[in-house]
Design a protein around this ligand. Structure first.
Ligand code: CTP
Ligand code: MG
Length: 235
């Protein structure tokens, strides 16, 4: 683990995986390039991160054959790399290597944030940074589970009711040091769906920092109309 004494100059960077195909959204193209209330999903996500002064710079991970980013986020001033992989974890791992190539150091912090979470607010990201900068491991935005949790069985019937006590829904950003995260993802392999689970597999306990319901991941077709409604109500 890093000695906190070496740590006073650690900087924060954002890494945005943006190389998915959006299969569950069923839009016939990557969901991060769809318009929501007049602006693309990814442009909204990057604008929100740009409102966090402690983030030095953002790196976006694109698919090798990406054709949507340049027109969807024409004002983006950070690093965009065509190093996306077959899974989200592979895209994030490639993005971490690209950050290292750009001179980001092992002790610097990386906030990994889904391109598809475009309603994230700078205040929540600031809360995560405040909590993690003083933490030896790092952490993630998350929400305590409020609904009762069901295990589905055959034919979409309930097989069991699970105990919701102490359960949280993981969001992003997830904030860890570049060095720890590279080591964790290399060990965990391409199948994991968030950074924290890779860090947990090394025996660490990431900090849970209270997120916000609006910071949901646009995943299903109905999520786009819902996001649009929230954005119109808040404008
Ligand atoms: N992502 C990525 N590389 C992949 C898969 C996903 O960079 N190979 C990114 C997506 O672009 C998205 C984020 O990871 O911003 C979260 O993933 P998810 O919501 O699962 O997006 P998709 O994989 O695109 O959607 P689906 O699983 O429905 O196909
Ligand atoms: Mg996916």
């Amino acid at each position: 683990m890093t000695n906190p004494a070496d740590d006073t100059d650690a900087r924060c960077y954002a890494l945005v995986p943006c190389a998915g195909i959006g299969e569950r959204a069923g839009a016939g193209g990557p969901k991060q390039y769809r318009q929501v209330a007049g602006r693309s999903v990814v442009a909204r996500t990057l604008a929100a991160l740009a409102h966090v002064p402690r983030i030095e710079r953002t790196l976006v991970v694109l698919a090798a054959d990406d054709r949507g980013f340049a027109i969807s986020a024409p004002d983006f001033a950070g690093w965009a790399e065509r190093c996306g992989g077959a899974t989200r974890a592979a895209s994030v791992a490639a993005g971490l290597s690209a950050l290292a190539d750009h001179g980001v150091r092992a002790r610097d912090w990386v906030l990994v944030h889904d391109a598809a979470r475009c309603l994230v607010r700078a205040a929540a990201v600031d809360r995560l940074i405040d909590a993690c900068l003083v933490d030896p491991i790092g952490g993630l935005l998350a929400l305590p589970l409020s609904d009762t949790l069901k295990q589905a069985g055959e034919g979409e019937r309930v097989a069991a009711t699970l105990d919701r006590q102490g359960k949280w829904i993981a969001q992003t950003p997830q904030m860890f040091r570049l060095g720890l995260l590279r080591q964790a993802l290399a060990r965990a392999g391409p199948g994991i769906t968030d950074e924290a689970s890779a860090v947990e597999a090394l025996g660490h306990a990431p900090r849970l920092v209270l997120g916000e319901p609006d910071n949901f991941k646009l995943t299903w077709p109905a999520d786009f109309a819902f996001a649009e409604r929230l954005l119109k109500e808040s404008s």
